[in-house]
Ligand binder design. Structure first.
Ligand code: PLP
Length: 397
Protein backbone atom coordinates (compact mmCIF):
# COMPACT_ATOMS: atom_id res chain seq x y z
CA UNK A 1 0.00 0.00 0.00
CA UNK A 2 1.33 3.40 -0.95
CA UNK A 3 0.71 6.16 1.51
CA UNK A 4 2.11 9.65 1.98
CA UNK A 5 5.87 9.44 2.32
CA UNK A 6 6.11 11.02 5.77
CA UNK A 7 3.79 8.34 7.12
CA UNK A 8 6.15 5.55 6.13
CA UNK A 9 8.33 5.05 9.19
CA UNK A 10 11.14 3.44 7.19
CA UNK A 11 11.46 6.69 5.27
CA UNK A 12 12.14 8.75 8.38
CA UNK A 13 15.93 8.54 8.13
CA UNK A 14 16.29 9.70 4.54
CA UNK A 15 14.32 9.53 1.30
CA UNK A 16 14.47 11.01 -2.18
CA UNK A 17 11.34 12.35 -3.85
CA UNK A 18 11.24 12.11 -7.62
CA UNK A 19 8.69 14.32 -9.35
CA UNK A 20 7.70 12.36 -12.45
CA UNK A 21 5.51 15.22 -13.72
CA UNK A 22 8.59 17.44 -13.79
CA UNK A 23 10.52 14.88 -15.81
CA UNK A 24 7.63 14.64 -18.27
CA UNK A 25 7.55 18.43 -18.51
CA UNK A 26 11.30 18.59 -19.10
CA UNK A 27 10.98 16.15 -21.99
CA UNK A 28 8.03 18.05 -23.44
CA UNK A 29 9.97 21.31 -23.21
CA UNK A 30 12.93 19.75 -24.99
CA UNK A 31 10.67 18.29 -27.66
CA UNK A 32 9.24 21.74 -28.35
CA UNK A 33 12.82 22.88 -28.96
CA UNK A 34 13.50 20.20 -31.61
CA UNK A 35 11.99 20.31 -35.09
CA UNK A 36 8.81 18.30 -35.67
CA UNK A 37 9.54 14.66 -36.46
CA UNK A 38 12.76 14.52 -34.46
CA UNK A 39 12.74 11.37 -32.37
CA UNK A 40 13.34 11.78 -28.64
CA UNK A 41 15.46 9.16 -26.92
CA UNK A 42 15.51 9.29 -23.13
CA UNK A 43 18.80 8.13 -21.65
CA UNK A 44 17.88 6.24 -18.47
CA UNK A 45 21.12 4.36 -17.87
CA UNK A 46 22.40 3.88 -14.31
CA UNK A 47 18.81 3.51 -13.12
CA UNK A 48 17.85 6.81 -14.68
CA UNK A 49 20.87 8.72 -13.33
CA UNK A 50 19.94 7.46 -9.87
CA UNK A 51 16.32 8.66 -10.18
CA UNK A 52 14.74 5.31 -11.15
CA UNK A 53 14.57 4.04 -14.74
CA UNK A 54 11.31 2.09 -14.59
CA UNK A 55 8.96 4.78 -13.25
CA UNK A 56 10.56 7.28 -15.63
CA UNK A 57 10.13 4.99 -18.63
CA UNK A 58 6.50 4.42 -17.65
CA UNK A 59 5.94 8.15 -17.27
CA UNK A 60 7.48 8.87 -20.66
CA UNK A 61 5.36 6.27 -22.42
CA UNK A 62 4.07 8.02 -25.55
CA UNK A 63 6.31 11.06 -24.96
CA UNK A 64 9.79 9.65 -25.50
CA UNK A 65 10.11 7.52 -28.63
CA UNK A 66 13.18 5.59 -27.53
CA UNK A 67 15.05 4.65 -24.38
CA UNK A 68 18.73 4.00 -23.86
CA UNK A 69 20.61 2.14 -21.17
CA UNK A 70 24.27 1.33 -20.66
CA UNK A 71 23.91 -2.40 -20.06
CA UNK A 72 21.85 -5.38 -21.18
CA UNK A 73 20.62 -5.96 -17.61
CA UNK A 74 19.23 -2.42 -17.47
CA UNK A 75 17.52 -2.93 -20.82
CA UNK A 76 16.04 -6.31 -19.89
CA UNK A 77 14.75 -4.84 -16.63
CA UNK A 78 12.77 -2.27 -18.63
CA UNK A 79 11.26 -5.05 -20.76
CA UNK A 80 10.52 -7.01 -17.58
CA UNK A 81 8.50 -4.01 -16.39
CA UNK A 82 6.50 -3.85 -19.58
CA UNK A 83 8.34 -1.13 -21.48
CA UNK A 84 7.71 -1.86 -25.17
CA UNK A 85 9.42 1.12 -26.84
CA UNK A 86 12.68 0.53 -28.70
CA UNK A 87 15.69 0.39 -26.36
CA UNK A 88 19.27 1.09 -27.40
CA UNK A 89 22.23 -0.10 -25.33
CA UNK A 90 24.91 2.57 -25.56
CA UNK A 91 27.73 0.46 -24.12
CA UNK A 92 29.06 -3.06 -24.54
CA UNK A 93 26.95 -6.21 -24.57
CA UNK A 94 28.80 -9.48 -23.97
CA UNK A 95 28.23 -12.03 -26.75
CA UNK A 96 26.66 -14.46 -24.26
CA UNK A 97 23.75 -12.02 -23.92
CA UNK A 98 23.03 -11.68 -27.67
CA UNK A 99 20.26 -14.34 -27.69
CA UNK A 100 18.40 -12.57 -24.86
CA UNK A 101 19.01 -9.20 -26.52
CA UNK A 102 17.65 -10.37 -29.88
CA UNK A 103 14.70 -12.09 -28.22
CA UNK A 104 13.73 -8.86 -26.43
CA UNK A 105 14.28 -6.77 -29.59
CA UNK A 106 16.84 -4.63 -27.83
CA UNK A 107 19.25 -2.70 -30.05
CA UNK A 108 22.91 -2.24 -29.30
CA UNK A 109 25.87 -0.19 -30.43
CA UNK A 110 28.05 -2.13 -32.88
CA UNK A 111 31.62 -1.10 -33.48
CA UNK A 112 33.28 -4.28 -34.72
CA UNK A 113 32.55 -6.76 -37.52
CA UNK A 114 32.72 -9.90 -35.34
CA UNK A 115 30.19 -8.38 -32.98
CA UNK A 116 27.75 -7.87 -35.86
CA UNK A 117 28.41 -11.40 -37.16
CA UNK A 118 27.63 -12.92 -33.74
CA UNK A 119 24.43 -10.88 -33.43
CA UNK A 120 23.41 -12.01 -36.90
CA UNK A 121 24.09 -15.64 -35.88
CA UNK A 122 21.98 -15.21 -32.75
CA UNK A 123 19.18 -13.73 -34.85
CA UNK A 124 19.34 -16.66 -37.33
CA UNK A 125 19.14 -19.16 -34.45
CA UNK A 126 16.13 -17.38 -33.01
CA UNK A 127 14.60 -16.97 -36.45
CA UNK A 128 14.27 -13.26 -35.81
CA UNK A 129 15.46 -9.95 -37.17
CA UNK A 130 18.09 -8.08 -35.12
CA UNK A 131 18.51 -4.31 -35.22
CA UNK A 132 21.78 -2.54 -34.57
CA UNK A 133 23.18 0.98 -34.46
CA UNK A 134 26.65 1.50 -35.90
CA UNK A 135 28.76 3.52 -33.48
CA UNK A 136 31.47 5.75 -34.88
CA UNK A 137 34.13 7.49 -32.82
CA UNK A 138 34.55 11.00 -34.15
CA UNK A 139 36.56 12.36 -31.24
CA UNK A 140 35.34 10.93 -27.96
CA UNK A 141 38.02 8.23 -27.98
CA UNK A 142 35.87 5.64 -26.23
CA UNK A 143 34.20 3.07 -28.51
CA UNK A 144 33.33 3.18 -32.18
CA UNK A 145 34.56 2.62 -35.72
CA UNK A 146 36.96 5.27 -37.01
CA UNK A 147 34.92 7.50 -39.36
CA UNK A 148 36.81 6.34 -42.44
CA UNK A 149 36.13 4.80 -45.89
CA UNK A 150 37.59 1.53 -44.56
CA UNK A 151 35.05 1.48 -41.73
CA UNK A 152 32.31 2.23 -44.26
CA UNK A 153 33.44 -0.82 -46.23
CA UNK A 154 33.22 -2.97 -43.08
CA UNK A 155 29.78 -1.52 -42.40
CA UNK A 156 28.69 -2.51 -45.92
CA UNK A 157 29.79 -6.08 -45.13
CA UNK A 158 27.76 -5.92 -41.91
CA UNK A 159 24.76 -4.69 -43.89
CA UNK A 160 24.89 -7.91 -45.92
CA UNK A 161 24.73 -10.19 -42.88
CA UNK A 162 21.49 -12.18 -42.71
CA UNK A 163 18.73 -11.31 -40.22
CA UNK A 164 20.51 -8.09 -39.32
CA UNK A 165 19.33 -4.54 -40.00
CA UNK A 166 21.50 -1.46 -39.60
CA UNK A 167 18.75 0.70 -38.19
CA UNK A 168 20.88 3.55 -36.92
CA UNK A 169 24.27 5.19 -36.89
CA UNK A 170 25.52 7.41 -34.10
CA UNK A 171 28.42 9.21 -32.52
CA UNK A 172 28.95 10.84 -29.13
CA UNK A 173 30.33 14.31 -28.40
CA UNK A 174 33.18 14.95 -25.99
CA UNK A 175 32.87 18.71 -25.61
CA UNK A 176 29.36 19.78 -26.63
CA UNK A 177 28.87 21.32 -23.18
CA UNK A 178 31.73 23.80 -23.52
CA UNK A 179 31.31 27.40 -24.63
CA UNK A 180 33.85 26.89 -27.40
CA UNK A 181 31.96 24.78 -29.93
CA UNK A 182 34.87 24.21 -32.36
CA UNK A 183 35.55 20.63 -31.21
CA UNK A 184 31.93 19.56 -31.41
CA UNK A 185 31.61 21.14 -34.86
CA UNK A 186 34.67 19.15 -35.92
CA UNK A 187 33.11 15.94 -34.58
CA UNK A 188 29.84 16.69 -36.35
CA UNK A 189 31.68 17.28 -39.67
CA UNK A 190 33.44 13.91 -39.28
CA UNK A 191 30.12 12.23 -38.56
CA UNK A 192 28.54 13.75 -41.68
CA UNK A 193 31.59 12.67 -43.65
CA UNK A 194 31.21 9.09 -42.37
CA UNK A 195 27.53 9.08 -43.36
CA UNK A 196 28.63 10.20 -46.85
CA UNK A 197 31.08 7.27 -46.98
CA UNK A 198 28.23 4.96 -45.97
CA UNK A 199 26.08 6.46 -48.71
CA UNK A 200 28.83 5.65 -51.25
CA UNK A 201 28.53 1.97 -50.30
CA UNK A 202 24.72 2.20 -50.27
CA UNK A 203 24.27 1.94 -46.49
CA UNK A 204 21.58 4.36 -45.37
CA UNK A 205 20.69 3.98 -41.68
CA UNK A 206 17.17 5.19 -40.97
CA UNK A 207 18.09 6.94 -37.71
CA UNK A 208 21.28 9.02 -37.48
CA UNK A 209 21.89 10.65 -34.13
CA UNK A 210 24.57 12.52 -32.22
CA UNK A 211 23.00 15.16 -29.94
CA UNK A 212 23.36 14.73 -26.16
CA UNK A 213 21.74 17.17 -23.71
CA UNK A 214 24.27 19.92 -24.39
CA UNK A 215 23.71 19.68 -28.14
CA UNK A 216 19.92 19.56 -27.65
CA UNK A 217 20.21 22.87 -25.79
CA UNK A 218 22.77 24.67 -27.96
CA UNK A 219 23.12 23.03 -31.35
CA UNK A 220 19.75 22.54 -33.08
CA UNK A 221 21.54 22.02 -36.41
CA UNK A 222 22.89 18.76 -34.93
CA UNK A 223 19.57 17.25 -33.85
CA UNK A 224 19.34 15.07 -37.00
CA UNK A 225 16.80 12.19 -36.84
CA UNK A 226 16.91 11.66 -33.08
CA UNK A 227 18.28 13.39 -29.98
CA UNK A 228 19.56 11.59 -26.88
CA UNK A 229 18.50 13.43 -23.74
CA UNK A 230 20.30 12.47 -20.55
CA UNK A 231 21.08 14.90 -17.78
CA UNK A 232 18.64 17.57 -19.06
CA UNK A 233 15.77 15.11 -18.67
CA UNK A 234 16.37 15.27 -14.93
CA UNK A 235 16.51 19.07 -15.01
CA UNK A 236 20.23 19.14 -14.32
CA UNK A 237 22.78 20.99 -16.41
CA UNK A 238 25.38 19.37 -18.69
CA UNK A 239 28.04 21.73 -17.35
CA UNK A 240 28.51 25.06 -15.61
CA UNK A 241 28.66 26.63 -19.10
CA UNK A 242 25.11 25.52 -19.87
CA UNK A 243 21.94 27.41 -19.14
CA UNK A 244 19.10 24.90 -18.76
CA UNK A 245 16.64 27.51 -17.53
CA UNK A 246 16.22 28.78 -21.10
CA UNK A 247 14.19 25.65 -21.89
CA UNK A 248 12.50 25.83 -18.50
CA UNK A 249 14.05 22.55 -17.36
CA UNK A 250 13.80 22.02 -13.62
CA UNK A 251 15.22 19.42 -11.24
CA UNK A 252 12.97 16.49 -10.38
CA UNK A 253 14.77 15.04 -7.39
CA UNK A 254 14.79 16.27 -3.81
CA UNK A 255 16.33 14.67 -0.75
CA UNK A 256 15.03 14.82 2.80
CA UNK A 257 15.88 13.64 6.27
CA UNK A 258 14.91 14.38 9.87
CA UNK A 259 16.82 15.61 12.88
CA UNK A 260 17.66 12.78 15.29
CA UNK A 261 19.32 14.75 18.11
CA UNK A 262 19.70 18.35 19.27
CA UNK A 263 22.03 19.68 21.95
CA UNK A 264 23.67 22.79 23.37
CA UNK A 265 27.46 22.71 23.32
CA UNK A 266 29.87 25.00 25.19
CA UNK A 267 32.66 26.90 23.45
CA UNK A 268 35.64 24.63 22.77
CA UNK A 269 33.60 21.50 21.96
CA UNK A 270 35.06 19.45 19.10
CA UNK A 271 32.63 18.10 16.52
CA UNK A 272 32.91 14.82 14.55
CA UNK A 273 36.01 12.81 13.50
CA UNK A 274 39.27 14.68 13.86
CA UNK A 275 37.54 17.54 15.73
CA UNK A 276 38.07 19.64 12.61
CA UNK A 277 35.40 21.98 13.95
CA UNK A 278 35.77 23.43 17.45
CA UNK A 279 32.87 25.55 18.67
CA UNK A 280 34.14 29.14 19.00
CA UNK A 281 31.16 30.01 21.22
CA UNK A 282 28.26 28.23 22.91
CA UNK A 283 26.15 26.71 20.13
CA UNK A 284 23.09 24.60 19.45
CA UNK A 285 23.75 21.72 17.05
CA UNK A 286 21.60 19.05 15.43
CA UNK A 287 22.57 15.58 14.24
CA UNK A 288 21.27 14.40 10.85
CA UNK A 289 21.30 10.63 10.12
CA UNK A 290 22.79 10.87 6.60
CA UNK A 291 26.40 10.40 5.55
CA UNK A 292 28.75 9.51 2.74
CA UNK A 293 27.48 5.90 2.72
CA UNK A 294 24.30 7.43 1.30
CA UNK A 295 26.31 9.15 -1.41
CA UNK A 296 26.25 12.47 0.41
CA UNK A 297 29.66 13.97 -0.39
CA UNK A 298 32.21 13.87 2.43
CA UNK A 299 33.86 16.85 0.77
CA UNK A 300 30.97 18.93 2.15
CA UNK A 301 32.60 18.59 5.60
CA UNK A 302 32.83 22.08 7.10
CA UNK A 303 31.52 23.65 3.86
CA UNK A 304 28.07 22.36 2.98
CA UNK A 305 24.70 23.18 4.46
CA UNK A 306 21.21 21.76 4.76
CA UNK A 307 17.88 23.57 5.07
CA UNK A 308 15.81 23.50 8.24
CA UNK A 309 12.68 25.64 8.69
CA UNK A 310 13.65 27.50 5.51
CA UNK A 311 17.07 28.49 6.84
CA UNK A 312 20.59 27.33 6.09
CA UNK A 313 22.21 25.11 8.71
CA UNK A 314 25.96 24.78 8.10
CA UNK A 315 27.63 21.36 8.32
CA UNK A 316 30.05 21.35 11.26
CA UNK A 317 33.12 19.12 11.08
CA UNK A 318 33.38 15.98 9.00
CA UNK A 319 30.49 14.23 7.28
CA UNK A 320 30.59 10.68 8.73
CA UNK A 321 29.51 7.47 7.04
CA UNK A 322 25.98 7.66 8.43
CA UNK A 323 25.62 10.95 10.28
CA UNK A 324 26.57 14.59 10.22
CA UNK A 325 26.15 17.56 12.53
CA UNK A 326 24.78 20.98 11.60
CA UNK A 327 24.58 24.37 13.26
CA UNK A 328 21.07 25.33 14.38
CA UNK A 329 22.10 28.07 16.83
CA UNK A 330 20.10 30.67 14.89
CA UNK A 331 17.23 28.38 13.94
CA UNK A 332 14.53 28.15 16.60
CA UNK A 333 12.27 25.20 17.25
CA UNK A 334 14.51 22.41 15.98
CA UNK A 335 13.85 19.10 17.69
CA UNK A 336 14.03 15.35 17.10
CA UNK A 337 11.88 14.71 14.03
CA UNK A 338 12.23 18.16 12.44
CA UNK A 339 12.34 17.86 8.64
CA UNK A 340 15.66 18.52 6.92
CA UNK A 341 16.11 19.32 3.22
CA UNK A 342 19.40 18.12 1.75
CA UNK A 343 18.43 18.75 -1.88
CA UNK A 344 15.41 20.84 -2.81
CA UNK A 345 13.62 23.96 -1.65
CA UNK A 346 12.47 24.98 1.79
CA UNK A 347 10.70 28.33 1.97
CA UNK A 348 12.80 30.93 0.17
CA UNK A 349 15.96 28.85 0.38
CA UNK A 350 17.02 26.32 -2.18
CA UNK A 351 19.87 23.87 -2.59
CA UNK A 352 19.82 21.95 -5.85
CA UNK A 353 22.02 19.12 -7.08
CA UNK A 354 23.91 21.46 -9.42
CA UNK A 355 24.86 23.76 -6.50
CA UNK A 356 25.69 20.80 -4.29
CA UNK A 357 27.97 19.61 -7.08
CA UNK A 358 29.74 22.97 -7.20
CA UNK A 359 30.00 23.17 -3.43
CA UNK A 360 31.36 19.65 -2.99
CA UNK A 361 33.67 19.72 -5.99
CA UNK A 362 31.80 16.72 -7.34
CA UNK A 363 30.25 16.32 -10.77
CA UNK A 364 26.45 16.74 -10.68
CA UNK A 365 25.98 13.60 -12.86
CA UNK A 366 28.10 11.62 -10.40
CA UNK A 367 26.25 13.00 -7.42
CA UNK A 368 22.82 11.74 -8.48
CA UNK A 369 24.16 8.43 -9.82
CA UNK A 370 25.87 7.84 -6.49
CA UNK A 371 22.86 8.50 -4.27
CA UNK A 372 23.04 5.31 -2.24
CA UNK A 373 20.96 2.19 -2.14
CA UNK A 374 20.07 3.06 1.43
CA UNK A 375 17.99 5.94 0.14
CA UNK A 376 14.45 4.87 -0.76
CA UNK A 377 12.97 6.70 -3.74
CA UNK A 378 9.41 8.01 -3.52
CA UNK A 379 7.68 8.74 -6.84
CA UNK A 380 5.13 11.49 -7.34
CA UNK A 381 2.62 11.85 -10.13
CA UNK A 382 -0.11 14.51 -10.17
CA UNK A 383 1.08 15.57 -6.73
CA UNK A 384 0.47 12.15 -5.15
CA UNK A 385 2.74 9.23 -4.35
CA UNK A 386 2.49 6.67 -7.15
CA UNK A 387 5.32 4.33 -6.25
CA UNK A 388 8.32 3.65 -4.07
CA UNK A 389 11.61 1.92 -4.57
CA UNK A 390 13.40 0.29 -1.72
CA UNK A 391 16.60 -1.58 -2.36
CA UNK A 392 16.54 -3.87 0.68
CA UNK A 393 14.55 -6.75 -0.72
CA UNK A 394 17.16 -9.46 -1.31
CA UNK A 395 16.55 -12.95 -0.02
CA UNK A 396 18.94 -15.85 0.48
CA UNK A 397 18.53 -19.57 0.93
C1 PLP B 1 25.21 9.14 -21.37
C2 PLP B 1 25.10 9.34 -22.83
C3 PLP B 1 24.23 10.32 -23.37
C4 PLP B 1 23.52 11.35 -22.51
O1 PLP B 1 24.42 12.37 -22.16
P1 PLP B 1 23.90 13.66 -21.35
O2 PLP B 1 25.07 14.55 -21.28
O3 PLP B 1 23.49 13.15 -20.01
O4 PLP B 1 22.77 14.21 -22.12
C5 PLP B 1 24.07 10.37 -24.74
N1 PLP B 1 24.73 9.52 -25.55
C6 PLP B 1 25.58 8.58 -25.09
C7 PLP B 1 26.30 7.69 -26.04
C8 PLP B 1 25.81 8.47 -23.72
O5 PLP B 1 26.67 7.55 -23.25
Amino acid sequence: MITKDAELPEYFRVYANVDLDQIRENVQNMKRHTKPGTLMLAVIKADGYGHGAVPIARTLNGIADWFATATIQEALNLRHHGITEPILILGHVPASAYPAMVEAEIRCAVYDYDMAKAISDAAISANRQAYIHIKTDTGMGRIGFAPTRESAAVTAKIANLPNLCIEGCFTHFAKADETDKSHVRGQFAKFRQFLDYLEEVHVRPRICHCANSAAILDLPEMHMDMVRAGIALYGLRPSADEEIAKLDLKPALSLYSHVIYVKEIPAGTGISYGSTFIAPKPMRVATIPVGYADGYPRSLSNRGYVLIHGKRAAILGRVCMDQMIVDVTEIPDVRIGTKVTLIGTDGAEEIQTDQLGDLSGRFNYELVCDLGKRIPRVYYKDGAVCGTKDYFTDEYL
